[in-house]
Design a protein around this ligand. Structure first.
Ligand code: SF4
Length: 154
């Protein structure tokens, strides 16, 4: 049986983003993995206790803060730990998370100035998953995911 794939809930069309929206991934490969029942989803920020909608947040050094300066680091860390537990429980093959998010970003995040400027970096959940040995890709890296799954699935 093929192993599960961890995904950001917003990529599956769940309206869990800070603005109450979603960003469904409509790539045919992603939809196929969904049809095969391989996807396990979570929103780290909602699981960490934050509401939807919620203020936009960005990473500033070791902290995660909203535009008005509220510290939401604890909620982000709680969500990251819950996501790691889910990944371990399902022994996922890898993760596909939403690019640019302060939780889920895999290659880029916003720079903490709330000016729409992106920098190379990773979200708090992505970082924790990677520290624990999981490979994490963005929804814009499905070519790499496909190659990785071909090796894992055999
Ligand atoms: S925390 Fe991740 S799953 Fe939740 S809305 Fe943001 S990008 Fe999507």
């Amino acid at each position: 049986m093929k192993r599960k794939i961890l995904v950001s809930a917003c990529l599956l069309g769940h309206k869990v983003r800070y603005d109450n929206g979603d960003v469904p991934c409509l790539d045919a490969r992603f939809l196929k993995w969904y049809e095969e029942g391989r996807l396990v989803s979570i929103c780290p920020e909602v699981t960490g206790g934050l509401p939807t909608p919620r203020p936009d947040a960005q990473i500033q050094g070791d902290r995660v803060v909203t535009g008005s300066g509220a510290d939401v680091t604890a909620e982000f860390e709680k969500g990251a730990r819950a996501t790691l537990e889910l990944a371990l429980k399902h022994d996922v093959a890898l993760a596909i998370l939403k690019q640019d998010s302060p939780s889920c970003g895999t290659l880029y995040i916003y720079d903490g100035t709330f000016t729409d400027n992106k920098i190379p970096g990773e979200g708090r959940t992505t970082a924790l998953l990677r520290r624990n040995g999981f490979k994490v890709y963005g929804e814009d890296q499905l070519d790499e995911v496909e190659r990785e799954l071909a090796l894992i699935d055999g």
